[in-house]
Design a protein around this ligand. Sequence first.
Ligand code: GLA
Length: 380
Amino acid sequence: MDIDELNAAFGKAFGRRPVGVAVAPGRVNLIGEHTDYNDGFVLPIAVDLATRAAWAPRDDGRLALASLQQPGKDAEIDLCEPIAPGEPAWSNYPKGVAAMLATSGLELPACSILFDSSVPIGSGLSSSASLEVATGLALLAAAGKDMEGYKLARLCQAAEHAFPEVPCGIMDQAIIALGQADHALLLDCRDGQARQVPFNDPDVVLLVADTQVAHELSGGGYAARRDQCHAAAEKLNVAALRDLNTGALEAGRDHLTEVEYRRARHVVGEIARTLAAVDAVEAGDMARFGELMVASHESLRDDYEVSCEELDAIVAAALACDGTFGARMTGGGFGGCAIALVRTARAEAVTEAIQTDYEKRYGRRCPVFATHAAQGACYV
Ligand code: GLA
């Protein structure tokens, strides 16, 4: 949908033209999975898919929310009342952001917001976080304010914890708020320090393959992993698993259950792999980067147990192709997307191979698209 169509849809919903449009992309994580809530490192990029939030002021003291992806499920809030979660479920993401902005001291502007998103819902490409960050930017613009990107990311994370009640880490909101075109973001999730890492080799492309198996972070699997990690850290007397190296983990193994040990082994290994991956990208060593991706996938599959059959099949199909450096599941897991780092000249052949294999196994095609590191959230 181009901007004229978005303006027209806004007119249909709210009877006037929008005053501004905020855009927040989806993301894929190159490596550093399930490390953010363990104070570790992540290395995501923003992708070309995005949520747009078109907004205009109102004069009735209300916040009106509509989404082209949620027809017939509009929501309205009276800004004189405290904001509470409720139906429709999708509106808890923007409502949560509004509530957190109010808590942070912003006088919420009465406005109408229409969302339109190309980030597929439930695909593990951070449709939720892109909705949150787009909301934050739209409300800030409507209030004539701005906010530093990491602070906005933290606020959106708090909103996701409080309203839809998903206990996510900081990665998704941070890359969406801070992403820069042609760069991956190395984020230290302990202190929020961010480094932009050039990721723009024209000979290499990142393929994203969507299993279309619903990825549900509000299901118990994600929270359970988080709890197991925190329990392991506590038993080993460290603030977070980030504070362990392999030696310390092995020395403390007897204090942990078998499951806690394997979860911790993934996290400790994954943090080391993420830092090694940055060295590999900076050295232009895609073969090494690919090896680290494969090790990450195996660890997520075997120790962390968040992969699924469809993700494993895509990774195997990609790795069987000439020109693939590495492949892995990306994001929270339990479905969602896999990524493959491939030679640009081989992108079409690898795409075809993944789709043919997937169709043979599961009787349906899986969408595959090529992406580069896109721009993070901004206004258009
Ligand atoms: C989801 C969460 C992130 C992160 C990833 C796993 O995407 O929202 O905070 O924990 O899973 O790396």
